[in-house]
Design a protein around this ligand. Structure first.
Ligand SMILES: [Zn+2]
Length: 468
């Protein structure tokens, strides 16, 4: 799980930045090592790891029969026996590699070489072919590099000193480190574990979230909270120990990932990490809770925002949900013609179509608000959809149809009268009838189909008259 190894690194970097103490991180490029693993060495390490008997023989056979063919311009070569490398793409390969470097990790841990968070050793977080050596002491880091180089030489894999790099935090004095007698470059940032780190940035991690209040932020928060769930469900892991320790020790100002996590649970109304860490919820129930709380949070924000916008006043938000499609689109079907009509309907419903009334307001009344078609009164939504006499030839036919549709749906005559007598009610019915819960879903689709046609025809007639 790369994200969790990256998390350990992040915690250490934040701690160093906040306490203004030095930290040295060597990011080892062992990619070559991953490709070139000496099979006999791997077999030996696997045996030491505890893989014995038939299982060991199985692996041995599996690697002995490793043959490759090279495809070149559509032709296949004869097969070549491989003496090195873990099986690429095989599900065992990361595991095989981990076993391979297990002895290295044990050496580091046994000698407590490398950094700790509190009493918890985290000097060498590794994921597949990424290895980070972390220390708070420059001499210790050199020792770690020597141990790593020695291990590589003994087990015949390659470490590239050109591709390995060292990040230095809170130490301005010149320093140098070497690997196999060659100096290792220091760098401002390095791509490690998929996260681009930069020592000039406050948190040590490049900002990936921008300030827009869009659900991408929510998606990232979901990932964070679900990762926390994974951590605390993973009994006896270092990550869980760190979670315990950091939640107990760190305050608001520490910048720790875990206090940020705590803040997220407050924002989204989720149970506190302090309460669930001892007794973690199951993966399914925690992930579901996280999804629901975060979706709901953004939905409520969106609805609140929409209510404040007068241009959206005919749209029914109360029944909308994250991931569901509005009736205007859902009822339109898939033919290009009806999609085109639905697009016009959306323009009108969301106020993207600018009528003379809005144009006048935007110009601070320099432009007249009077309807350019009939010159009688200001052209607002009510005038355009329901009143403008220049459009009445189109409108009247649709209004008759709309009324008979409601009669056909067995709606009480008094209700129909109320809908048609009040202009606001009628606009709601035409622009977004889903706010009327006395209509069934099927009836809403029928009405939408009809009003989609009305809006489309009105829109085009208006364009036509304007161009004359
Ligand atoms: Zn008019």
């Amino acid at each position: 799980m790369p994200i969790i190894a990256a998390l350990i690194l992040t915690e250490l970097i934040i701690q160093a930045i906040k306490t203004k103490s030095p930290l040295y991180v060597a990011l080892m490029d062992a990619r070559k090592a991953f490709d070139i693993v000496w099979h006999l060495g791997l077999m030996r390490e696997m045996h030491k790891f505890g893989l014995t008997g038939d299982n060991w023989l199985f692996f041995k056979r599996w690697y002995e029969n490793l043959k490759s063919k090279i495809k070149w311009k559509g032709l296949l070569s004869n097969s070549i026996e491989e003496q090195q490398g873990v099986r690429q793409g095989g599900i065992w390969s990361p595991t095989a590699y981990k076993i391979f470097i297990n002895s290295l990790l044990q050496t580091f841990e046994r000698n407590q070489l490398g950094a700790c968070i509190g009493p918890i050793y985290c000097g060498i977080p590794t994921v597949a072919d990424d290895v980070a050596l972390i220390s708070t002491d420059p001499y210790e880091l050199q020792t770690m590099l020597n141990v790593q180089a020695d291990h590589a030489n003994k087990l015949r894999y390659l470490l590239s000193e050109q591709k390995s790099t060292i990040l230095v935090y809170n130490d301005k004095l010149p320093k140098s480190w070497s690997l196999n007698g060659k100096s290792v470059t220091l760098s401002e940032s390095a791509v490690h574990l998929g996260i681009d780190r930069n020592i000039t940035k406050n948190a040590g991690v490049k900002e990936v979230v921008n300030k827009r209040r869009i659900p991408i932020e929510g998606e990232i928060h979901k990932k964070i909270l679900k990762t926390f769930g994974n951590i605390i469900r993973n009994d006896k892991s270092v990550e869980r120990e760190i979670a315990f320790r950091q939640l107990a020790m760190k305050d608001e100002k520490s910048g720790s990932w875990f206090t940020k996590l705590h803040n997220l649970t407050v924002i989204y109304g989720l149970p506190s990490p302090y309460d669930i860490i001892e007794n973690p919820p199951s993966k399914i129930s925690w992930n579901r809770l996280v999804n629901n709380c975060i979706n709901n949070h953004f939905l409520q924000n969106l609805k609140k925002e929409a209510k404040e916008k007068s241009s959206l006043k005919y749209i029914n938000f109360n029944d909308s949900n994250i991931g569901t499609v509005h009736n205007i689109w859902k009822s339109s079907g898939l033919t290009p013609y009806s999609i085109n009509m639905a697009a016009i309907k959306v323009k009108i419903a969301t106020g993207i179509m600018i009528l003379q009334y809005q144009r006048s307001r935007f110009s601070k009344n320099c432009i007249s608000a009077i309807c350019p078609l009939c010159n009688i009164e200001p052209e607002d939504m009510t005038h355009f959809i329901l009143k403008c006499e220049k459009l009445s030839s189109i409108r009247n036919r649709f209004m008759q149809e709309l009324k008979s549709l409601l009669v056909d749906c067995n709606k009480p005559p008094l209700l129909i009268q109320e809908l048609f007598d009040d202009k606001e009610n009628l606009l709601h019915l035409i622009i977004d009838c889903t706010s009327y819960h006395f209509l069934t879903y099927k009836e809403q689709v029928r009405i939408e189909t009809l009003t989609r046609g009305l809006c489309y025809k009105l829109y085009h007639k208006r364009l036509l008259l304007m161009s004359e």
